[in-house]
Design a protein around this ligand. Structure first.
Ligand code: HEM
Ligand code: HEM
Length: 202
């Protein structure tokens, strides 16, 4: 069975939204930890918690869409390059779940508000022991180093993708990941008739 020319539209939209939200989430965590005033710190952490829950829900939706739809045909290139790109993608998925999970553990320890929006509160799944902070310390290490690792992986992933787009000019990003890229991908793969040729040279 032939594979589609591009990723499913749900995946392309979720990829773009998460790619925008993730740097914002990273900055919220970073500045919350380093803010001088107590009120600013609390506000930044509260935003960090709420956005983190949204990112978790969007990542779960994206993984479900990935499972429910067919992946497009692999981009041409050596096997090692395809394998390493796939490995980086799955490591990013793993961290998209590990970060909210470890953040949640720290959050429960902080005993902060678990309300994401009025009427929806994240449940407290455990009661932190009063005399032992080791669970919190482990979660902290996982969260902080995980956030750095994710930033590095995103760089290793987005860098080559942008190289393809702007240096090799093969339109990898717009063809395969841009929410509106379907027409271009379809034309390039000759899968649909009656679609006008995009101006590849411009
Ligand atoms: C994909 C999602 C997330 C990313 C990328 C992320 C990123 C970060 C970053 C970069 C920091 C600052 C680390 C540093 O100072 O070097 C941080 C701290 C923190 N994050 Fe997150 N975070 C995410 C999700 C969450 C969630 C869902 C929660 C809460 C449920 C959370 C709770 C916290 C807390 C409590 C801290 C402060 C840790 C401490 O000082 O004890 N994070 N996060
Ligand atoms: C400027 C930022 C980014 C660019 C330019 C970019 C580009 C791309 C491109 C072109 C593909 C398709 C690759 C192919 O078909 O061979 C792709 C797939 C993918 N990207 Fe990104 N990406 C960016 C940010 C991110 C971020 C922040 C994440 C996650 C943390 C991510 C995770 C993935 C994953 C998991 C896939 C596989 C398809 C899927 O399951 O959604 N990307 N990306």
């Amino acid at each position: 069975m032939t594979r589609p020319a591009t990723w499913h539209v749900t995946i392309r939209w979720l990829h773009t939204i998460i790619a925008i939200l993730l740097p914002a989430q990273w900055c919220l965590g970073w500045f919350a930890e380093r803010s001088a005033g107590r009120t600013t710190e609390q506000w930044l952490f509260s935003m960090h918690f709420q956005l983190g829950v949204w990112i978790l829900m969007l990542a779960a939706l994206r993984l479900t869409a990935r499972w429910a739809t067919r992946d497009p045909e692999a981009t041409p290139g050596p096997v090692w390059r395809r394998r390493s790109a796939t490995l980086v993608q799955w490591l990013m998925y793993a961290l998209l779940f590990t970060l909210p999970a470890s953040g949640y553990v720290i959050w429960i320890w902080m005993e902060a508000s678990r309300t994401v929006w009025p009427g929806f509160e994240v449940p407290a799944l455990f009661v932190p022991p009063g005399d032992d902070e080791s669970g919190r310390a482990i979660a902290w290490y996982i969260h902080v180093y995980g956030a750095w690792m994710l930033a590095c992986l995103v760089g290793c992933h987005a860098g080559p993708a942008l190289w393809h787009q702007f240096v090799l000019r093969d339109r990898l990003v717009t063809r395969r990941m841009w929410p509106w890229g379907r027409r271009e991908a379809a034309w390039m793969h000759g899968k649909e008739s009656g679609i006008s040729k995009p101006n590849i040279e411009s």
